[in-house]
Design a protein around this ligand. Structure first.
Ligand SMILES: Cc1cc2nc3c(=O)[nH]c(=O)nc-3n(C[C@H](O)[C@H](O)[C@H](O)COP(=O)(O)OP(=O)(O)OC[C@H]3O[C@@H](n4cnc5c(N)ncnc54)[C@H](O)[C@@H]3O)c2cc1C
Length: 646
């Protein structure tokens, strides 16, 4: 079915009333509202923090079975599963999710505000990010209940079977193989079957589940997606269900979304169980130290600060760190678990010498395009953020505001993957963005990704007002490894992060990216589906690369090195491995080596980053990890010492 047919009704209303190219009367309201976002974020935070502070004096209990640090993608899941049987304290540094975060179309706009984003930055990069402000990659992290699932772009993908079979190999533990982690993906899932509205799409019921806590499904608005999927098919990348096993494949995006709104892990896993007496959630509670006792480094509590007061809580069974890959690693190091030389240089007594923070892997991305198309086919803020779409969103969760900007995905293998004998394990991802070039697209991208505004202004100015799409090329299996170090022994200081993108010893990461860009251009300009809509690469070269022959390999290499951004999938800082391995921070049951009663359960434990976006895999890690914990304490669960609480 042609995409123009699928959405023609909506387009007609949208264009007939507020027709592009003239800017509708509604635009001042849209731009005025966008301008008010910083003030709204501050206002919400102030009210939320003050009301929490007024209530916080009643909190006197400080002994629990389990303490979990961080209510993000993994932490919310674990708190749900453990509080079914045990008394659980969940400490979260931030507050309630900001109401604006539930509008998917605002997702890219809400990045890089301190009220809901830790706004970490890497050190200036040498081989990448050259057109970013000060060459620093923007490492956003979600702050508040739901963690990064409240801030992210909502793409839900599980990954390739080989991602997990590789983990099983690396750890020597079959429980991490694809076959064995699949039930933990299914356990959470509430698949939206009625969202399967495109009869051309493939979805495989065997790999989906209904009635879990996490609703996932295709969004109602999919601009230019059918053209993209046909283009991929034409180029040998078949339509598949990307949440089932595949070799290469493409599909419309699946979001963590319910009724068109964002579904973060707080709303999914915690809101439904807030009445449980066994679950205590403390917001605005910043943990800064794990307490240990005895020669075997047994964890027995957490020191934290809340509304200016230092406090301590004790765990009779375990302490679980789910503060995200960057903050769990920081907390371990502040508590004396990490590289001995580094900790001692800061005056921190080392309890266990482990490679914490050494193995950072992130997905780097770039945006070949924009590819200009004929007609009103893409999402264009100036036209599509109108009153009708606002009403649709509020009334029944449909319309253009249900999109975060990512509309489809494709995975394929590069020549490098073929050469290394992995022709069926993709190392490149395309994220399809059906985005036109609205008046402030340069500001939007500059703010979201920390790209220099002067560069993007020159790049977008000549094509503003056109309909278009972009294809994010993402390196799924990077070889480069980054590192993080504490800046000081003071918990208030942000660590030092070095991504080292494109600094792999063979220099092949950059080549995979260049191949991915060239293939994106080829499909966009030559496939019949895209030709029908007149797709062509913008004639404007990326300004810092304009001295090079446009479209040549050296041009694309320059483009990638300059216009490279983090896709926010930092992982591996507390990597798991075989028990006793000096390369591993946690064992296959996610227990921190050399300690007792302490686990890390979040994105940091991935020994190799999965080949897809990391939210779904981290939620699975939460489910898998919670089950390890329950298995450890199963005598209490089974023998009714702790009966399931209501
Ligand atoms: C901007 C952005 C876009 C992304 N887009 C996608 C996407 O579209 N799809 C996808 O699959 N993945 C995406 N990701 C990645 C994905 O969201 C993360 O990998 C995942 O959420 C990580 O989960 P986590 O549990 O490890 O950490 P988080 O979800 O970050 O949770 C950590 C929690 O710990 C809290 N915390 C931190 N330090 C402390 C402390 N000292 N004391 C108490 N609490 C603390 C934090 O406030 C936070 O709530 C994106 C990430 C970002 C930042």
């Amino acid at each position: 079915m042609d995409i123009a047919q699928r959405f023609s009704g909506m387009d007609l209303i949208s264009n007939g009333v507020f027709g592009y190219p003239s800017i509708s009367w509604f635009m001042p309201i849209v731009y005025g509202s966008l301008g008010a976002i910083p003030a709204l974020l501050t206002l919400f935070l102030d009210l939320d923090r003050t009301s929490d502070s007024l209530r916080s004096s009643n909190d006197n209990q400080n002994v629990y079975d389990f303490i979990i640090v961080g209510a993000g993608s993994a932490g919310a899941v674990i708190a749900n599963r453990l509080s079914e049987h045990f008394n659980v304290l969940l400490l979260e540094r931030g507050g309630n999710p900001n109401p604006l975060s539930f509008v998917p179309a605002l997702a890219p706009i809400l990045l890089n505000y301190p009220e809901n984003d830790y706004m970490y930055r890497t050190v200036p990069q040498r081989s990448s990010c050259l057109s970013l402000n000060n060459r620093q990659s923007s490492w956003s992290r979600g702050r508040g209940l739901g963690g990064s699932s409240t801030l992210n772009l909502m793409v839900y993908l599980r990954g390739h079977p080989k991602d997990y079979d590789n983990w099983a190999n690396v750890t020597g533990d079959e429980r991490w193989s694809y076959k064995n982690v699949l039930p933990f993906f299914l356990k959470s899932e509430d698949y939206c079957v009625k969202c399967e509205t495109n009869p051309n799409d493939v979805w495989e019921p065997y790999f989906h589940h209904k009635n879990g806590f996490l609703t996932v499904g295709k969004p109602p608005y999919q601009p230019l997606v059918e053209e993209f999927l046909q283009g991929c098919e034409w180029n040998g990348i078949p339509r598949v269900d990307l949440n089932a096993p595949y070799t290469q494949g493409a599909a419309a995006v699946t979001y963590t979304q319910r009724n068109g709104r964002r579904l973060n892990t707080y709303t999914a896993f915690l809101e439904p169980i807030l009445q449980r007496k066994t679950l205590t959630i403390l917001r605005y509670a910043r943990a800064y130290k794990v307490l240990f006792r005895g020669d075997n480094n047994e964890a027995y509590g957490i020191e934290y600060i809340r509304h200016g007061r230092r406090r301590v809580a004790f765990a009779t069974k375990e302490v679980i760190l789910s503060a995200g890959s960057l903050d769990s690693a920081k907390l371990l190091m502040l508590s004396g678990i990490g590289p001995k030389d580094h900790l001692e240089s800061l005056g921190i007594k080392t309890l266990v010498d482990l490679p914490v923070g050494k193995n950072i892997q992130d997905h780097i991305g770039t945006f070949p395009g924009p590819f200009i198309v004929n007609g009103p086919r893409s999402f264009n803020l100036d036209r599509d953020a109108n009153l009708i779409n606002a009403a649709r969103f509020v009334n029944n969760g449909s319309g253009t505001l249900t999109t975060t900007g990512i509309h489809a995905n494709a995975f394929f293998t590069s020549p490098r993957a073929h050469a290394e004998g992995n022709p069926d394990w993709p190392d490149t991802q395309w994220m399809f963005l059906g985005l036109g070039n609205w008046r402030v697209i340069d500001e939007t991208f500059s703010h979201a990704f920390n790209v220099r505004y002067d560069v993007l202004k020159k790049f977008f100015d000549p094509i503003k007002g056109t309909d278009a799409f972009q294809i994010t090329v993402m390196l799924s299996r990077p070889r480069a490894r980054g590192e993080m170090l504490l800046r000081s022994a003071d918990y208030r200081d942000n660590p030092i992060f070095d991504a080292r993108y494109f600094e792999d010893p063979e220099g092949s990461d950059i080549k995979v990216m260049v191949e991915g860009c060239k293939r994106a251009v080829y499909v966009s300009e030559n496939s019949p589906a895209f030709r029908r809509v007149g797709a062509r690469l913008s004639p404007v070269p990326f300004p810092p690369c304009k001295h090079l022959e446009f479209r040549s390999d050296s041009y694309w290499e320059c483009f990638v090195r300059h216009y490279s951004v983090s896709i926010y999938h930092y992982s591996g800082t507390t990597a798991m491995g075989p028990k006793g391995s000096p390369q591993a921070v946690v064992d296959p049951e996610l227990r921190v080596q050399g300690t007792k009663r302490l686990r890390v359960i979040d994105a940091g434990i991935m020994p190799f980053v999965v080949t897809v976006n990391t939210n779904g895999p981290t939620i699975m890690i939460g489910e898998r990890g919670a089950q390890f914990v329950l298995d450890t304490w199963k005598t209490y669960v089974k023998h009714g010492v702790h009966k399931p609480y209501p």
